[in-house]
Design a protein around this ligand. Structure first.
Ligand SMILES: Cc1cc2nc3c(=O)[nH]c(=O)nc-3n(C[C@H](O)[C@H](O)[C@H](O)COP(=O)(O)O)c2cc1C
Length: 368
């Protein structure tokens, strides 16, 4: 029988000590104001996690500038003074229970659903993106064909990530996660179907991972080691749950070694369908991240089952287990697991019509 005790061992990310290995995965809750200002209900939401015993909270994807980065209506930003001020209230509230909180920085790229600043997104290439807008984030139909990002815009975007990181530091966050996954701008560069460039950002894996590295370097330079900086990465995407890196393990080896050479505090691998074996091998993506990154790995995907999470840590395929939908279903999950009364009723469907914090609350009242 798998013991759950590895989940409750301390862990160190740089100089930050986490009390356990359970992490709230970044989850968009579209509950900010229309100007992206964090709200009171968001404060209560993140406070629920801090009281629930999590070792670390990673916030929802937060847009970095008032230009092209916003993806969803009511998504929060970290691009101006008011954003910083209101995030600070959330950070302070979460810190009351001594829980560290990292801000996830996102640029939506071509996956714009509704954006108060722009009608069309920018992406590596002017090509229609797969999939459809997410109805639970107020979208409908195909994504508008994005404009091709220029070299100048690439440089500007790297600076926007760097200034957003400085804003996060000012708001008191304990760390920063760069969203390099799930089909958004960085991942659009890495993915063959959205990147048809023939300059140094397109073509082989060496070029397609360049933008991740430049953004990471820009943020590391801005933060100067004051707080941890991590990178999230995935094969699957909100607009394609099936995608795999075409070079399989060879790509993974290149990507994670390259990441290591730039030097984030951790990599965070995510998958939409649970941590299943990849490329017809016996191993999942976290295993390959650990093998080639040779540093701290957070894994995410179906880890609300404590035995599954503990097993992953026991096998040393990851250091930390991030939980998404299971955390929405039960913000008190770590405390419940610890006191062996986990009664999480995990219902994947709940996140579709109930994307906002308010709707999740009424769903919980009725169903749990
Ligand atoms: C409602 C919701 C919102 C999400 N928003 C984000 C996000 O802002 N950033 C991100 O990196 N992943 C996001 N994800 C993906 C999750 O972090 C996680 O990778 C995914 O749900 C798989 O983990 P799970 O099986 O524990 O739910 C979101 C997932 C859900 C369910």
């Amino acid at each position: 029988m798998t013991s759950i005790s590895p989940l409750f061992k301390e862990f160190q990310i740089d100089s930050l000590t986490l009390k356990n290995r359970l992490v709230v995965a970044p989850m968009t809750r579209v509950s900010a104001t229309s100007e992206g200002i964090p709200t009171e209900i968001m404060k209560e939401h993140y406070q629920e996690y801090s009281k629930g015993g999590w070792g670390l909270i990673i916030t929802e994807g937060t847009y970095i500038d008032e230009s092209f980065s916003q993806g969803y209506r009511n998504q929060p930003g970290i691009a101006n003074k008011q954003h910083i001020e209101n995030w600070k209230k959330i950070v302070d509230a979460v810190h009351i229970s001594n829980t560290p909180i990292f801000l996830q920085l996102i640029h939506a790229g071509g996956l714009i659903q509704e954006n108060i600043y722009q009608k069309r997104g920018i992406a590596p290439s002017r090509t229609e993106l797969l999939g459809k807008m997410l109805p639970h984030y107020f979208g409908e139909g195909k994504f508008p064909v994005p404009m091709e990002i220029t070299k100048e815009q690439i440089e500007k975007t790297v600076s926007s990530f760097a200034s957003a990181a400085k804003n996060a530091l000012e708001a008191g966050f304990d760390g920063i996660e760069i969203h390099g996954a799930n089909g958004y701008l960085l991942d659009q560069f890495l993915t063959v179907f959205s990147n048809h460039r023939n300059d140094e950002y397109g073509g082989d894996i060496k070029n397609r991972i360049r933008f991740h590295c430049e953004v990471l370097q820009g943020v590391l330079d801005a933060i100067k080691g004051k707080i941890p900086v991590g990178m999230r990465i995935s094969q699957t995407k909100v607009n394609n749950f099936e995608y795999e890196w075409p070079g399989g393990e060879k790509d993974a080896s290149f990507i994670f070694k390259k990441m290591k050479s730039v030097g984030p505090s951790y990599v965070h691998v995510s998958t939409h369908k649970g941590l299943e074996p990849v490329w017809q091998t016996r191993h999942n993506l976290a295993y390959y991240a650990k093998k080639y990154f040779e540093g701290t790995v957070i894994a995410c995907g179906g880890l609300h089952d404590p035995k599954k999470a503990a097993n992953l840590l026991n096998k040393q395929e990851a250091d930390l287990a991030a939980v998404g939908k299971g955390a929405i279903a039960n913000p008190n999950l770590p405390n419940d697991i610890h006191s062996k009364k986990d009664n999480t009723q995990f219902v994947p469907e709940m996140i579709r019509p109930f994307a906002t914090i308010e709707n999740t609350r009424s769903w919980r009242k009725k169903n749990l």
